[in-house]
Design a protein around this ligand. Structure first.
Ligand SMILES: [Zn+2]
Length: 527
């Protein structure tokens, strides 16, 4: 998942120009995606504060941006995607005290949990996962620059950003610094104005601390994202993502820090995903826990089903079901999480699984083993006068149009169902379940149509491998079932019922299995 920082950067192929539009929270409009550097796109997504186990709400951003990165790469861009890990914070310090272990240990456990959950949901496109504690020097340099430029001030051992100096403050959220509550109590007394926020916090006794020009302390939350995004993606980069609850104050503060430090725009496109709420009502997920919101979706589930954390949820429901569920809603909408939605998702996935079985019966090929078409231009179809491929091409265009329009995965998935319907209809009308009807032309059309289904589902990271359970069931059952058929055929031959014996051999042959009669018995193999 983590690529080496110095990994060789492949030469990007020419991206599809001017087709992708992105809703930008900064301008409140959809804009054509025009990267800072042609052909390259940098994405920064605010990651977890690793003080506790992840819940399903934490996975909305990673799953969405995993699909977005896949799509951009497919369209020919060279994409670098960064997700940070906040591993120093009040919440971590408190948790370490409660549990009587070090903050580092709290962070390590919950980072491992987070990474396992990403894997479980098929999120494997992240290039860098920087940790705050591994970027302290960069953070200190950033803060010093802000002090030198007059945008930050030291007060006691703390350093605050001086919001009054930033005339642009509030441009993302349309909110003023006054609406920022900020730290109360002791910290408030040290500030010039209540809206000022901490860049550096002086260490209290027994807190983890790093040496700095302002004494021992630790970084504030907002500054780490400004510092780490600059280190990896540069002063101005393309896409910054996060949950809607991060617009204010977190992202507003990131903009203030970075733009006052560099004198240039920080990000071209701000993309915010909707939050999750349980179908029974109540806000869940996102970074809401920062406001002390403990009513997470997992706790609701644990009450009703006795489930544990997200890892247990993935084990119960399957990562693919959860991923598909998350992608069925447009990323800017609220995701309503509940058993009804999951049941619907399973039914939907079953309709795909049934078609994949059909395809395997007809072609003896596993859908899961088909290599997906990697690039948009390679997937173009030339249907000629083939009616199936004309329909497939139409559905593919419709799918790509939905994805081009602000990555509307929900609408794109609707097009996948249309494509599935078209392919099933073709199999029915051409009677392809009947081996006698399988001429080369029809089979070629089916294979080409299914290649497009493979291309478009792989883009969302779906159906990457055969479901474990199904594969295990097959392994367990196929051998004994074949032995049974071979025995029944041998008995038919002993009774001189050669018609039945031949029928068994032919029907098995139609499934792609060859029987070989030898002196010592009959062997079977996949042909
Ligand atoms: Zn952030």
């Amino acid at each position: 998942m983590l690529s080496a920082a110095n990994a060789e950067i492949p030469t990007p192929v020419q991206p599809v120009p001017d087709t992708i539009r992105v809703y930008n929270t900064l301008t409140k409009t959809k804009q054509v995606l025009e990267p800072v550097a042609p052909g390259r796109i940098g994405i920064y997504l605010c990651g977890p504060t690793v003080y506790d186990k992840a819940h399903i709400g934490h996975m909305v951003g990673p799953v969405i941006f995993d699909a977005i990165k896949r799509y951009l790469v497919y369209c020919g861009y060279d994409v670098t995607w960064v997700v940070n890990i906040t591993d120093v914070d009040d919440k971590l310090i408190n948790k370490a005290r409660q549990r009587g272990i070090s903050m580092a240990q709290v962070a390590e456990e919950n980072t491992a949990d987070y990474l396992a959950n990403l894997r479980g949901l098929g999120v494997d496109q992240i290039d860098h996962m920087p940790k705050a504690t591994e970027n302290i020097e960069e953070i200190i340099r950033f803060i010093q620059d802000l002090i030198d430029r007059g945008f930050a001030y030291q007060s006691g051992g703390d350093v605050f950003f001086d919001v009054a100096k930033d005339t642009d403050y509030g441009k993302l959220s349309n909110r003023s610094a006054d609406s920022q509550q900020g730290e109360g109590g002791e910290a408030a007394a040290k500030k010039r104005s209540p809206g000022d926020f901490a860049l550096w916090k002086a260490a209290k006794p027994d807190e983890p601390a790093w040496e700095s020009p302002w004494g021992a302390g630790r970084p504030g939350w907002h500054i780490e994202c400004s510092a780490m995004s600059r280190r990896i993606l540069g002063e101005t980069f393309d896409i910054h993502g996060g949950g809607l609850d991060l617009v204010f104050p977190h992202h507003e503060n990131e903009i203030a820090q970075s733009e006052c430090c560099h004198g240039r725009p920080m990000v071209k496109y701000w993309m915010h995903n909707g939050l999750m709420r349980a179908s029974a009502g109540g806000k869940v997920g996102g970074r809401g826990e920062r406001e002390g919101d403990e009513a997470t979706v997992d706790t609701k589930i644990s009450r009703s089903k006795g489930a544990g954390g997200l890892a247990d949820l993935i084990a119960q429901q399957g990562g693919q079901t959860l991923r598909f569920f998350l992608l069925r809603t447009h990323y800017r909408s609220t995701i309503v999480y509940g058993p009804e939605g999951l049941d619907e998702t399973k039914t939907a996935l079953e309709s795909f699984a049934r078609f994949f079985e059909r395809y395997q019966r007809i072609t003896s090929e596993s859908f899961y083993s088909l290599p997906p078409i990697q690039r948009r231009r390679d997937g173009e179809l030339d249907p000629g006068d083939d009616p199936l491929l004309s329909e497939v091409a139409q559905r593919r265009t419709a799918y790509l149009t939905k994805m081009d329009d602000d990555f509307n995965t929900g609408a794109a998935i609707s097009e996948l169902f249309e494509l599935l319907r078209v392919l099933n209809k073709f199999v029915d009308q051409q009677d392809l379940e009947n081996p006698a009807a399988r001429d080369a032309g029809r089979m070629a059309s089916l294979r080409r149509g299914v290649a497009t289904l493979r291309e478009l589902t792989a883009l969302l990271g779906l159906f990457r491998e055969a479901p474990q359970q199904a594969a295990e069931t097959q392994d367990r059952l196929v051998g004994p079932l074949m032995e049974l058929l071979i025995q029944l055929r041998a008995e038919a031959r002993q009774r001189k019922d050669f018609a039945l014996a031949d029928q068994i051999r032919d029907r098995i042959g139609a499934l792609g299995i060859t029987l070989e009669d030898r002196k010592d018995g009959t062997l079977w193999r996949l042909s």
